[in-house]
Design a protein around this ligand. Structure first.
Ligand code: DX5
Ligand code: ZN
Length: 213
């Protein structure tokens, strides 16, 4: 089953309730991009916004941390009710410990890499992950152009996950839209994040439906 995770970074923050309902009614997960202006150059939003979404979310929240010291905030995201928590492999010197800690809280644990980081850098940690986010743009901003190398990277990662016999899901994030969704799923992706493609569309529900294939 393919899951569609609209990125709330592209939502209308003056009418957030409207875009939250679009996800509740049509999609599978809330993708929440947390940026600190240090790990990435941009700053997005933080706990008050995630807490507000949590009060009305009827779909699980998938928080993507683009911050330094992700280990410091695990308990806080768990308390808010986030179901999936991911961080970048190069954001901490204790990735294994951080993944274990996330799982201990009952959340699913995910590891993220940017397009210039080799896929095999993930291999030592796969058994500690519930999902991997392969970035198909450089983390930091919504609305960027999808990088085509991603298809090959998904296939390579999927082959290793299968070789190790693990139930790890592959999530793809950045520039995902109806035009590339099917090829991403064919390559092995199971969770598709889409920000601009969904929320900048005339008919977000139709875009989500068309990405399901
Ligand atoms: C980029 C974020 C993405 C972004 C996706 O740093 O991780 O989740 O919001 O937005 P689009 O779909 O517009 O590329
Ligand atoms: Zn993201």
């Amino acid at each position: 089953m393919i899951q569609i995770a609209p990125s709330m970074l592209a939502a209308d923050f003056l009418h957030l309730d409207k875009d939250v309902e679009i996800v509740n009614e049509n999609a599978d997960l809330f993708h929440l991009d947390i940026m600190d202006g240090v790990f990435v150059p941009n700053i997005s939003y933080g706990f008050p916004v995630v807490e507000a979404i949590a009060t009305v979310a009827r779909k699980p929240m998938d928080a993507h941390l683009m911050i330094v010291h992700p280990e410091k905030y695990i308990e806080r995201f768990a308390r808010i009710g986030v179901s999936m928590l991911s961080f970048h492999l190069n954001a901490t010197d204790k990735p294994a410990q951080t993944l274990l800690h996330i799982r201990e809280t009952g959340m699913k644990a995910g590891l993220v890499i940017n397009p210039d980081m080799p896929v095999d850098s993930l291999y030592p940690y796969l058994h500690l992950c519930d999902y991997i986010i392969l970035m198909s743009v450089y983390a930091g901003f919504g609305g960027q152009k999808f990088i085509d190398d991603t298809y090959g990277r998904i296939r390579t990662l999927k082959a290793e996950i299968d070789r190790q016999g693990l139930p790890v899901q592959i999530e793809v994030d950045g520039g995902v839209c109806p035009a590339n969704a099917k090829a991403l799923v064919d390559a092995g992706a199971e969770i598709l994040v889409a920000g601009s493609a969904v929320f900048k569309a005339e008919d977000p529900a139709a875009v989500i439906a068309s990405m399901r294939g």
